[in-house]
Design a protein. Structure first.
Ligand code: PHE
Length: 340
């Protein structure tokens, strides 16, 4: 057998499959080695021994060549080989933070009815946070909204710099941006008030709705609140308004939604509902935009009217899922966060 030929053949094999074929061709039952061995009967007796030794040597050699080539081929393979059928490695997956998730949900709900999502500065002047909202300096209502001031020189016209205590600072900015109604704003942003207890964190989020047009009434407000309550909290959720006071709305209300845990009854399985007080949960503040606020925003209150509301994102999440401590949202504890 021509040594060069099998050497070349084996060494040019590129796959393990090809090598198995060669193994069969040379070393198999009907392979060339066995054929050579079977020819021993035609070899003269005195040469049989030497012939046998030669064939065996050849056999060992071919075996060795094939083994070595197998190693080379499988090594080359393992470097480039990619098995598409193997299941991928599962890396631990993060989840969207509940607050980000709620912001997305709320944005979608309002965009569906033509509201435009905006985001106004978290650091503003007293003018945006108070004056433009019918809360002149020295007005006692300003004390209701505890505010963090920033230690920089005051602006000659706009007053001191503050961390916005509510998203209502977006009202005046939005009126000045749009100039001519209609205005349909949903302003979502971080707010700051120095509180820390189960229902308050010093940084929190609010979403502020503002709707201004030529004949907007409280009916539109109620319709929008009902729409939001059903979409966010679930079908059958009802709203109710309770009289309240804000400087920037007149009349002003606090909005409650019916409790989904007890269906608005206040009792759950014969016991006092642990989620709500007497069937209702407080959502936040709302009202018809005060004429002074419209005027300050450059809008004629004799030709236009509007409503506004401001609700806490952390709060609506708490109400939706029946959570009892919003400080968990910011604890960074994965066991809490990955539930949502
Ligand atoms: N800014 C008010 C608050 O933070 C909520 C509010 C917004 C009330 C708009 C009325 C109208 O409590």
């Amino acid at each position: 057998m021509d040594q060069k030929k099998y050497e070349l053949e084996i060494n040019s094999a590129k796959t393990l499959d090809e090598l198995s074929q060669l193994e069969i061709k040379y070393l198999g039952r009907n392979g060339q080695i066995n054929k050579l061995l079977s020819e021993i009967k035609n070899v003269p007796n005195e040469e049989k021994r030497e012939y046998g030794q030669k064939v065996n040597l050849l056999k060992t050699e071919i075996k060795k060549y094939i083994e070595i080539r197998k190693l080379i081929v499988s090594k080359e393979k393992s470097e480039v080989f990619f098995d598409k059928t193997l299941p991928g490695k599962a890396y631990p997956k993060g989840s969207i933070h509940i607050v980000s998730y709620a912001i997305e949900e709320i944005t979608k709900i309002f965009e569906k009815i033509g509201f435009i999502r905006v985001s106004y500065p978290e650091v503003d002047w007293e003018y945006g946070a108070f004056e433009s909202l019918n809360m002149p300096s020295g007005h006692p209502a300003r004390d209701d909204v505890e505010t963090s001031f920033i230690d920089v020189p005051a602006h000659p016209n706009l007053g001191k710099m503050v961390l916005t205590p509510h998203t209502s600072n977006g009202q005046n900015r939005e009126m000045k941006r749009v100039k001519t109604p209609p205005i349909r704003m949903i302003n979502i942003s971080k707010c700051y008030r120095p509180n820390w207890d189960p229902t308050h964190t010093p940084m929190f989020h609010q979403f502020e709705g503002l709707c201004v047009d030529s004949d907007i009434s409280i009916v539109n407000l109620r319709g929008t609140l009902d729409y939001f309550a059903e979409k966010y909290f679930g079908k059958g959720t009802k709203t109710r308004l309770r009289p309240h006071h804000f400087q920037f709305t007149e009349p002003s209300f606090e909005v409650d939604i019916s409790c989904n845990n007890c269906g608005g009854i206040g009792k759950y399985k014969g016991e006092k509902c642990r989620v709500c007080k007497s069937g209702w949960l407080e959502l936040g503040g709302t009202g018809m935009v005060h004429p002074n606020v419209l005027r300050e925003g450059g809008i004629d209150p004799s030709a236009n009217s509007g409503w506004a509301f401001g609700f806490g994102i952390e709060r609506v999440i708490m109400m939706k899922y029946g959570l009892d401590d919003i400080r968990n949202y910011y604890s960074g504890d994965i066991r809490f966060l990955e539930q949502f």
